[in-house]
Design a protein around this ligand. Structure first.
Ligand code: NAP
Length: 263
C-alpha cells in the first residue's frame, strides 16, 4: 500500500513513521511546507511537487483551517483510488466529502498521542467507505499503533474525543499533581517524577492486561484502614473526583461539538 500524508506534524508523522516501520506501507510520501527532516517519509513542500501518482490512502493531518486548501491542492490523480482518512478534530464527514468530491470514500479517525509509542486509541467512522476489505485495512492501520474501533454514529466521535482523544492530558495532569504532592512530602523532584510516571505506567498495564474490573484492581491495593484507604477517602468525599471527571469530560464533549459547528 502507498500512503500520502497532508501535514506531517506531531500526529501525521507519528502515524506515518509507525506504519512504515511496521511494513504496513511500502511507499510513504508527505506534503508539509515545514519539510520535516530525518523521517522515513519522502517529504515535499507542496502538492504541486507530487509526481502524477495515485495513492491508496491519503491522511489529512493538518489543522482544520487549512484542510480545504490542502485537499484542493492535490492533483486529481492522487485521489483517484484513495481512501481519505481525516484525523482532524471537528471536521465532519459532510464537510470532508464536500471538499474531496462525492466519489472519494472518506473516513474520520480520532487517534490520541500515545500512537507515538504504539499505545494509542482510535475511534473510526465512515458513511462512504462500504468496501469490507478496505474497512478492515483502515482498522488494521490504526490497530498497528494501539487499538481501533469502528463507531456506529458520527456523533460518538465527540465522546471519543472527550475520553481518549483528550484523555492523555488528564493523566498527565494527574501525574503532575502526584509528582508535586511527592515533592511536598520531601521527595527529590526527579524521584517524584519517576515514581509518578512509572506508577501511571504500571497501573495502566494492569488495567489493559487483566480481565479484572477497575474496581477490583483498586480494591486489591486498598486494605481496610490502610494508607490507600486514607487517600481514597479524600478522593471519594462527596464523590469529588467522580464529579470532576464527569464535568471535565462533558466540557471536552461540548467543546468538540462547538468546534464542529464552527467548521
Ligand atoms: N496532536 C494530537 O493529539 C491530535 C489528536 C487527534 C487529532 N489531531 C488532529 O491532527 C491534526 C494535526 O495536529 P498536529 O498536532 O499533528 O499538528 P501539527 O504538529 O501542527 O502538524 C500539522 C502540520 O501540517 C503542516 N501544514 C500546514 N499547512 C499545510 C498544508 N496546506 N499542506 C500540508 N501540510 C500543512 C504544518 O506545517 P507548519 O507548522 O509549517 O504550518 C504542520 O507541520 C489536527 O487537525 C488535530 O485536530 C491531533
Amino acid at each position: 500500500m502507498n500512503a500520502l500524508f497532508l501535514g506531517y506534524g506531531k500526529m501525521g508523522s507519528a502515524l506515518g513513521e509507525s506504519w512504515y516501520a511496521g511494513g504496513l506501507v511500502e511507499r510513504l510520501v508527505a506534503v508539509d511546507p515545514g519539510l520535516p527532516r530525518g523521517m522515513s517519509a519522502e517529504v515535499v513542500g507542496s502538492a504541486a511537487d507530487l509526481v502524477d501518482e495515485a495513492f491508496d490512502v491519503i491522511v489529512l493531518a493538518v489543522k482544520p483551517a487549512v484542510a480545504r486548501q490542502a485537499i484542493a491542492s492535490l492533483p486529481t490523480r492522487a485521489l483517484s483510488r484513495a481512501v481519505l482518512i481525516s484525523v482532524m478534530a471537528g471536521v465532519s464527514c459532510a464537510q470532508l466529502c464536500d471538499a474531496a468530491g462525492k466519489d472519494v470514500p472518506v473516513v474520520r479517525a480520532m487517534p490520541n498521542t500515545p500512537v507515538m509509542v504504539n499505545q494509542g486509541c482510535t475511534g473510526l467512522y465512515s458513511v462512504t467507505l462500504n468496501d469490507a476489505a478496505k474497512r478492515r485495512q483502515v482498522k488494521s492501520l490504526f490497530d498497528a499503533v494501539g487499538v481501533a474501533v469502528w463507531l456506529e454514529r458520527e456523533g460518538l466521535l465527540d465522546a471519543v474525543t472527550a475520553i481518549s482523544g483528550s484523555g492523555p492530558a488528564y493523566y498527565h495532569l494527574f501525574s503532575e499533581a502526584l509528582c508535586n504532592a511527592g515533592i511536598e512530602l520531601g521527595l527529590p523532584a526527579e524521584l517524584a517524577r519517576v515514581l509518578a510516571a512509572h506508577t501511571a505506567r504500571g497501573a495502566a498495564e494492569l488495567q489493559c492486561k487483566s480481565d479484572v474490573s477497575f474496581v477490583a484492581l483498586r480494591e486489591a491495593v486498598t486494605s481496610a484502614n490502610g494508607t490507600t484507604a486514607a487517600a481514597i477517602a479524600q478522593f471519594e468525599a462527596q464523590d469529588q473526583l467522580r464529579r470532576l471527571v464527569n464535568a471535565a469530560a462533558q466540557a471536552a464533549h461540548d467543546r468538540s461539538i462547538e468546534l464542529s459547528r464552527q467548521g
